[in-house]
Design a protein around this ligand. Structure first.
Ligand SMILES: NC(=O)c1ccc[n+]([C@@H]2O[C@H](COP(=O)([O-])OP(=O)(O)OC[C@H]3O[C@@H](n4cnc5c(N)ncnc54)[C@H](OP(=O)(O)O)[C@@H]3O)[C@@H](O)[C@H]2O)c1
Length: 177
């Protein structure tokens, strides 16, 4: 991404909230979604440019298109998987890209619009050491503080998994080694 691009982020989990922080650091416009009004307020406080409630707007891809003048976003960070991918494809511009990071939901995908819109769909399963070092350099340079929702002792790791399933968190859940 480069400054001035527009990125779509789904939900307020660890991946998407970190991605929002990186968007703000890079001068990138972020359009976010969430199912919770309380979390929407937190996204706005963090600098999210536009936020859509995907519960009250189940056709949220139309809203994204409206917010981008019908064009669609340059990049999408996909964490929903099959349940959201078709909408993300619809919300991404022609020749834009989608980073497929997670698969939180099931369903089926019709790949036709990936072809029609010449979208680049990139699966990402953990980056390289060099990318990790570059990321850490950027975090240090900008003094970026990760958004940590809750921290659990190692012995309480079970509670961390329950918290993740309950999905009440905003940002990262941490288990201390
Ligand atoms: N490839 C990798 O390297 C990598 C790294 C980390 C994680 N992952 C994967 O990426 C995914 C996300 O990880 P995470 O740690 O961010 O998860 P998480 O913290 O559990 O994120 C949960 C949040 O995602 C949002 N969400 C759930 N279903 C959604 C839907 N249908 N549409 C839009 N948003 C939805 C909800 O946000 P709201 O409450 O705001 O609605 C929910 O609170 C997981 O599948 C995880 O396994 C992959």
């Amino acid at each position: 991404v480069k400054a001035g691009d527009t990125v779509l982020l789904l939900g307020t989990g660890g991946v998407s909230v970190f991605a929002l922080q990186f968007c703000k650091l890079m001068g990138v416009k972020a359009i976010c979604t969430s199912s919770s009004e309380e979390k929407i307020d937190r996204l706005k406080a963090m600098g999210a440019d536009e936020v859509i409630n995907y519960r009250t707007h189940p056709e949220w891809q139309d809203k994204v298109l409206e917010l981008t003048g019908g064009k669609g976003v340059d990049h999408t960070v996909e964490v929903g998987g099959a349940g959201t991918l078709e909408r993300s494809i619809a919300a991404t511009r022609v020749a834009g890209s989608i980073g497929l990071i997670g698969v939180l939901t099931g369903g089926e995908i019709n790949p036709v619009n990936i072809m029609r819109k010449s979208i680049r769909l990139q699966g990402i399963y953990v980056g390289s050491r060099r990318v990790f070092e570059d990321m850490n350099a950027a975090i240090s340079q900008h003094g970026l503080k990760p958004v940590i929702s809750d921290t659990f002792a190692f012995e309480d790791a079970r509670d961390a998994f329950h918290a993740m399933r309950a999905a009440g968190h905003f940002g990262k859940l941490v288990v201390k080694a």
